[in-house]
Design a protein around this ligand. Structure first.
Ligand SMILES: Cc1cc2nc3c(=O)[nH]c(=O)nc-3n(C[C@H](O)[C@H](O)[C@H](O)COP(=O)(O)OP(=O)(O)OC[C@H]3O[C@@H](n4cnc5c(N)ncnc54)[C@H](O)[C@@H]3O)c2cc1C
Length: 135
């Protein structure tokens, strides 16, 4: 562990991995990537047909549930905008905080008609560009 890092990313799955990869690819920046989940030792995670085996395994699928129906594509808990209910601005910076952004599926405004993983990766790619530009 170092004493300081240029960026701290919480969560090392879809958005977090893309961000960490992009922010460190030049070798100029350091990233601390924090992940609360366990090791991905479960062999069923790594093969597409394993999906059915892990769907109801609470070690793998934390079974996050809401009153709304998301078909496993939970989004929309961090509103983007400038009104009182908004959490982040258009650059995903948290209102009232310095140097903190929310970069994940939570900034997608409504459940998409397709799957969410690719949109999340796109959000992380664009956010990494924005951070590296110094926006
Ligand atoms: C069962 C299921 C099946 C899915 N199937 C598909 C599919 O086939 N295709 C598709 O496109 N999308 C699918 N999705 C949706 C897709 O997985 C998500 O949209 C995408 O992973 C969201 O990315 P994210 O980076 O926002 O969050 P996540 O990928 O969930 O990453 C969040 C990470 O943060 C970690 N974390 C949480 N809290 C903390 C904390 N306090 N400290 C440190 N780390 C923390 C978590 O362990 C996790 O690794 C599926 C989702 C589920 C639940």
């Amino acid at each position: 562990m170092r004493n300081s890092y240029d960026y701290i990313i919480v969560g090392a799955d879809s958005a977090g991995c893309v961000l960490a990869n992009r922010l460190t690819e030049s070798g100029e920046h350091t990233v601390l990537l924090l992940e609360s989940g366990g090791r991905d030792a479960n062999r069923w995670i790594h093969i597409p047909i394993g999906f059915g085996r892990v769907m109801f395994d609470r070690e793998v699928n934390w079974m996050f549930e809401t009153e709304g129906f998301t078909v496993y594509h939970a989004v929309g808990t961090c509103k983007m905008g400038s009104d009182a209910a908004a959490v982040v601005d258009q650059k995903l910076r948290v209102h009232g905080m310095q140097s903190m952004r929310v970069i994940d599926a939570s900034v997608i405004p409504v459940v998409t008609s397709g799957n969410t993983n690719a949109p999340v990766i796109m959000i992380a790619e664009k956010a990494a560009d924005s951070i590296l530009r110094g926006d």
